[in-house]
Every structure is written in C-alpha cells, then in structure tokens.
Design a protein around this ligand. Sequence first.
Ligand SMILES: Nc1ncnc2c1ncn2[C@@H]1O[C@H](COP(=O)(O)OP(=O)(O)OP(=O)(O)O)[C@@H](O)[C@H]1O
Ligand SMILES: [Mg+2]
Length: 296
Amino acid sequence: MQTVISQTNIKSLKLLNRGKVRDIYDLGNEILIVATDRISCFDVVLPTPIPEKGRILTEMSHFWFEKTKHIISNHISPRRLEEVISNPDELAILSGRSTIAIKAKPLPVEAIVRGYISGSAWEEYKRYKTVCGLKMESNLVESSKLTEPIFTPSTKAIDGKHDENITYSQMEDIIGKELAEKIRQISKDIYIYAANYALDRGIIIADTKFEFGLLDDKLMLIDEILTPDSSRFWPKNGYEPGRPQPSFDKQFVRDYLLSIKWNKKPPAPQLPEDIVKQTTEKYKEALKRLTKFCEP
Ligand SMILES: Nc1ncnc2c1ncn2[C@@H]1O[C@H](COP(=O)(O)OP(=O)(O)OP(=O)(O)O)[C@@H](O)[C@H]1O
Ligand SMILES: [Mg+2]
C-alpha cells in the first residue's frame, strides 16, 4: 500500500521537533524519527510531497548504519516499531519510514566531509583558495575531485538559522581536542568507505554531513546518514568538472522551479505530476543501485 505522508500527527506520542523533512517524537530514552515525504529545494519545503521518499531515505540510512557499524556504533535501537506503537492506523503511517533511535546528547557541531568541491566550499575557494580556512591546491575547478577528502565542520543551526562553517580549531574550542580528532577521523573513514562503495554503483557522493552524540561519554553516530538529504549525490555517468553537476535526486524539481522562475522564497509552488513521478523514480533508482545492485 502506498501512503503519501507530508506530516504526521501521532496522538499517542509527544512531538519534539518538526524539521524540514522529519518529525521527531519522544519515547523517553529513545526518540522516534519519522521521515515524511516532504521535500525541500533551495532550503524551502515544497507544498507537494514526493511519494515513497520517506520510506526510501529511511531504508537507505538504515542500510548505511548497518554497513558502517564496524567503524562506529550508531543510535539504531533494537526495538521494533510494534513495541512502541499499538494503534494499527498509526502503525500503517509510520511503518517503513521510522527510526527508533537511542537518545543521545547531540554535539553542537556538524561533521562535513568533502571529496569534491561544490556549494559553499566552491564559493569560498573562488575568492580565497581556501575551504573553511584550509589552504587548498591552486588548480581546482567547480566540482573537482580533491586529492584527499577534507573535513570541514560547521555549527548546528538553531531555530531555522543557517549552519555556519567553522575552522577545525574552532571545533576544538567548542567540543575539545580529543573529541574533535576522533570525529574528524571517523567521519573521513565513513565517507571514504561509503564513497567508494557508491562509486562502484554509479553514484558519486560529493560530500556529506554526519552528526554525533554522546551517551554516557560514549561517542555514537546519530541522525540520518548518507542519504541525498544529508549529502550531495551526483550521477557518475556524465560527471564533468568545471561546472555544477546535476543532483541525483532533485534535478527535475530544481530545473522545473528554475524554469518557472520561482524566486526561491516561500511559499513554493506546487509541482506538476510528471516531475513528482520522475523524482520518486530517481529515489528508487538510488536505493536500488546502492542496496540491491551488484551486491558483492
Ligand atoms: N539519537 C539522537 N539523539 C538525540 N537527538 C538526535 C538523535 N538523532 C538525531 N537527533 C537530533 O534530532 C534533530 C533532527 O531534526 P531535523 O534534522 O529533522 O530537523 P532540524 O535540524 O530542526 O531542521 P532541518 O530539517 O533543517 O535539518 C536534530 O537536531 C538531531 O541532532
Ligand atoms: Mg537537521
């Protein structure tokens, strides 16, 4: 059964947060992260949901948590949804799009790893030949692959403010040298592992963002990982440095919004049916390539 969910309202649980895409509920020592079918583009949530998106991204994130647990432990709880939700209607809505996660104390920084230069990093490089204060080689063009992935932390936005890039030494000041070094190393290790894995399946993970939390002083990976919502996914086919790359998932949406000359300010316009359909297909394709295609 296909249920399109743009917002959840689970009466039996306390809502903690509604992000751009996910609704978070309190479960005491755990949280329930619900990935809806909302999509954001140019940082604005669109009024039209994308069927299957929430389920596909949940499956993808769970896939990566499982695949990377040899590198770092993560927040996935062993409890099943049926153990926390008994109402059959609520179960139908939540099933496949939910993560029961052990509640940790989130660290106030985002751990970004970049294997390619794009977005805000490219903007900074054009002006100063640096990325988050790191001196870079001088011959990069837009979307160039870096000789080695770099770690570029940011602050975590509070109340709808934008995240701000910080230097590694600012990160050390915020969370301490020891934790900063651990997070930098682990983030790079996960990125390198996942980027190689995805590249073999035709997807370039240009950059990605991780969040970490502490549980009794133990570091763990939290939030979602390695989805197109937390990363830049580019099709490997057609990759060409020197220009922006098409986004694997949102390209149809972006092209459409640009074609109608939307000013990128809310409210965003509705999406036509064919754009919605093609976008669902792209999410399905990404999931299939990563999880079901030429499994070693
Ligand atoms: N295991 C966990 N324990 C505690 N907090 C967590 C855990 N996993 C994720 N979180 C937190 O839950 C929140 C998820 O919010 P979400 O990312 O959906 O929305 P947002 O950050 O408010 O806005 P945006 O949609 O722009 O990202 C984040 O603040 C994240 O740090
Ligand atoms: Mg967030």
